[in-house]
Design a protein around this ligand. Sequence first.
Ligand SMILES: Nc1nc2c(ncn2[C@@H]2O[C@H](COP(=O)(O)OP(=O)(O)OP(=O)(O)O)[C@@H](O)[C@H]2O)c(=O)[nH]1
Ligand SMILES: [Mg+2]
Length: 610
Amino acid sequence: MPEVRVVGTAGHVDHGKSTLVLALTGRDPDRFAEEKRRGLTIDLGFAWTTLPSGREVGFVDVPGHERFVHNMLAGVGQLDACVFVVAANEGWMPQSEEHLRILELLGGDRGVIALTKVDIVDAETVELARLELEERLAGTQLAGAPVVEMAATKGEGIDDLRAVLDSVLDTVPGAVDRGRPRLWVDRAFSLRGPGTVVTGTLSGGRLARDVEVEVVPGGARARVRSVQTHETSRPEGLPGTRTALNLAGLSVGEVPRGTAVVRPGQWVRSAVVDAEVTVLPSAPDAIGRRGAFLLHVGTAEVEVKVRPAGGAIAPGASGFVRLRLPHTFALQPGDRFVIRDTGRAMTVGGGRVLDVAPPRRGLLARLPALATRAQALSLGPSALVAARLAEGPARRERLPAELGITEEEAAGAGHIEVGGHAISTVALDDAADRLVAALVRYHDDHHLDEGMPRPLALSVLGLPSAALDMLAAKGLVMARGAVVSLPGHSVSFDAGEQENVDRVLDVVRSSGPAPPEASSLPAGRDLLEAMVKQGLLEPVGPFLYDASVFRGMAAAAREAASVEGGVTVSRLREVLGITRKHAVPVAEALDQRKVTVRRGDARFPGPTIP
Ligand SMILES: Nc1nc2c(ncn2[C@@H]2O[C@H](COP(=O)(O)OP(=O)(O)OP(=O)(O)O)[C@@H](O)[C@H]2O)c(=O)[nH]1
Ligand SMILES: [Mg+2]
């Protein structure tokens, strides 16, 4: 199959764009009766031809009239190159400038300049027009682009244009296939028989017959019944080609221009995105919180609220903004857009989407992170992953959609996966260092505690719970139940405390099965609790028993309970040689520890053997 590319026209009204497309392709791109009657393009037109190299080129012909810039914008988002048309008799005009800027904002930096209507001016005027072109294009993305002189109505210059276009396209890299197809719909119509058909320039991946697709916004599902490129049936649409899809199970109204056809589940649906914006030097005002703007992204045109992350962005300057859209779109980092001022009906700027799932708060604090993301976009997928994870862990399965990358790219080096999260190894190492340092301090400050409460440890770590368990599994920390500590840490007593510990042990050991209440023991609560955690004391109701004394009592009680009919509290009193004051709490403590089980007034042996 030959290589297939997409080329768009651009330029001021009446400068000869459609005439040139007709001459190149044999097809009049002006589809509507009104266009033919007025000799004016209103909406996008489509045609195609085969260049001398054998490569097929689909053309998107745009209107030049200032009132139809919004239609032009729907056609030039995904071009391999442009034919930038300037009529020799009129020279550079307002929409020459505006279209040039729009192409620049959308990343359209390859093209051919068609200097048209050279047949109706003299040689000197052609020369002047060439000089003016050189001046206007200097410093722009089309500076130095080849210029072809044309008299399209007479067929002059057409062969030159074909050859030059071929050589320009030789230098344009082919469309990428990330397995994430998206077709921004630029036309939707219904045919008797097949039903709903949409067209657009496919990008990001292939769309084959019979696959299920989803329309965003709206969420309608459909099956691709058939695929065409340049009116020829194909088993699948390829990225970077004009593609028509016949969609089964969908009405035309569900897929208007501005919707995108995608595979279900591959896209973050975002109505709020963070982006990088450049304000054109020609813009009358800075872009700030005020002003009514329209956003053009893909083939969509929607009202947008623009909130700069720093101050307002002055004409000629760039900055970071948060964009709020009226509904969700299938967007990804790197998507380019144009912003127009609604009141003045002029293009004021544009830029690139950086984050389609931004955190709700802290836009100002995000400035450095957004700058990193902007850099990462030019560096590629692994830089994007690194930039994302530098901001915190991410749900692993969301990474491809969030960043617009493939599964393989999302699985790259530089991060590890824990409990469904992707965490940067640098961030994990930093967090682990932070936690260890915090534990050292904590053990110092709380030497009677076994360790730091787990929720506190997690907040120090700043990572999902699974990351803490992973650090514990690696032996870096101990995470037992509700407490996190350094490996080998145990409660220790200082000299003064040890004295009190010994005194307490003396008291409880000498009083055997009938110790005094805890409140009368010669030590504070903290120390007694620590002795319990250490396993020296056993809490039983209001009493603290020496642990080994209590173990002995438990064994005796369990044995007494193993007779037919079990053991009652009053029998237990006799067996253990204690009064009711101690016998009741002891019996309850034994039930709690499942050394005994209570049925009615009697106790029987439980599953725990003391
Ligand atoms: N003599 C001469 N006339 C031309 C040439 N190219 C276009 N025209 C005429 O200029 C007029 C406008 O041409 P179009 O091709 O409709 O111009 P356009 O740029 O498509 O205009 P819009 O789509 O409305 O922006 C038509 O009458 C054409 O016949 C040319 O190279 N020489
Ligand atoms: Mg036209």
